[in-house]
Write a protein that binds this ligand. Structure first.
Ligand code: 5GP
Ligand code: ZN
Length: 129
């Protein structure tokens, strides 16, 4: 089965992309677990942090810097934000294309427990981040 995130990167699936450059792309999570919930990833298909190769070191390290810059753009750098990277089956990684979750806005105690609308309104109980 083709990688769903690669399909988004190739613009084959309409998605709210909020940033992209030659190496990285950022788009909104389809099932937000916080008022702001975006996924930051390299365009290159790398399955997970565990499977990343030595030659991908700079690209993978750059994910963290992308998160920092993005948090500033989204104006959550002062209020605070959380970064999550699920790696592998037992961590609950669903999509096998490495990605960093950036969560912010509102009360962090509800993140991951409740699903939020774009405006930050609590919609329903949700799953893990
Ligand atoms: P993981 O558990 O692999 O770290 O997280 C995968 C994330 O991708 C989940 O939070 C899920 O909601 C999100 N996701 C899965 N499929 C799609 C999709 O087709 N579009 C978008 N925008 N997000 C998706
Ligand atoms: Zn992929």
């Amino acid at each position: 089965m083709p990688c769903i995130f690669c399909q988004i990167i190739k613009k084959k699936i309409p998605t709210e992309i909020i940033y992209e450059d030659k190496k990285y792309i950022v788009f909104k999570d389809i099932n937000p677990r916080a008022p702001i919930h975006v996924l930051i990833m390299p365009k290159k298909h790398i399955v997970s942090l565990a499977e990343a190769a030595n030659k991908d070191k700079a690209l993978i390290s750059g994910l963290m810097w992308q998160a920092k810059i993005l948090a500033e753009k989204l104006k959550i750098d002062k209020s605070g934000y959380k970064l999550i990277l699920n790696c592998g089956r037992e961590a609950g990684q669903i999509v096998g294309h490495i990605h960093l979750h950036l969560l912010g806005g509102g009360d962090y105690k509800n993140w991951g427990i409740y699903q939020h609308s774009k405006e930050g309104k609590i919609l329903s109980k949700a799953f893990k981040i």
